[in-house]
Design a protein around this ligand. Sequence first.
Ligand code: SAM
Length: 298
Amino acid sequence: MVAECLEALALSPGDTVVDGTVGQGGHLRALLRAVQPGGRAIGCDLDSEALTRVEAWLGEEMSAVTLVQGSFADLAPVVRQQVPGGVQGILLDLGVSRDQLISPRFSFQAGGPLDSRLDPAGAETAADLLAGADEAELTRILRDYGDERFAPRIARGIVAARAQAPLTTTEQLVEVIRRAYPAGARHGRIHIATRTFQALRIAVNRLYEALDTALAELPALLAPGGRLAILTYHSGEDGRVKRAFRALSRAADDGTPAGFSLLTRRPLAPSPDECAANPGARSARLRVLLANPARSAA
Ligand SMILES: C[S@@+](CC[C@H](N)C(=O)[O-])C[C@H]1O[C@@H](n2cnc3c(N)ncnc32)[C@H](O)[C@@H]1O
């Protein structure tokens, strides 16, 4: 949804824009071009390998870009130091990039180590998590982060399997999930392991904690009239963004006007053409928040 994000952020030449989830750099390059001449972009990603590729890909355009390896949850001090007056636009495009989806760290179809780290140097892998969490915690992770209806059965299966041998490969975990699934439920629209691996990615990378911190801190980085746009891919993320944006755009009880306005009462979704060309985009939802012109950046 590059065109929708560009329209939502309404950038002008000379603006400064933040892309908190650089990935393969497609959005970053479009945002950067929208602020030329004279503008700058700050890009951030947990994935150092992605940033290295994007740096090479952008070539000379990098002269107007600062790349930061880390979580967008930690961006506030960096942005405040570089742009004290606030930025005109911030984009978060959550989820995984296509490069990551096919990399051995994430792909469960290709087989490989149980990893799921977005930051290749991150401390905890999915294998570590599966070795350390108790059955109740595993059930909670699979249910809350993956909407997995067979979460208790899979958690029980994981605990039984690791009592025999540590779970270290995606093949081992897929087999545990296959056995936990009732035979009649094994051939649905999505692969039976999809929800479990989504849950592990969210838990290993502490994505909800990062999103909650970002929702608390990033709006204050906007200059008056600046916009924050967030693209989510499942209901757990979208619900968090929806609630935070609503709270920020509500007037105080004493009638003091809110510092922000919602530009999307309902989230924007991809066009049918984009869904046909890129089925992974089907679940994307875009919400946009405006820093009211009367407020000043913190
Ligand atoms: C859907 S991809 C972004 C794709 C990107 N917009 C593009 O045009 O290629 C999501 C990216 O967000 C990154 N990411 C996820 N959580 C993050 C976090 N807390 N901090 C920084 N980057 C994060 C992932 O590593 C991944 O590269």
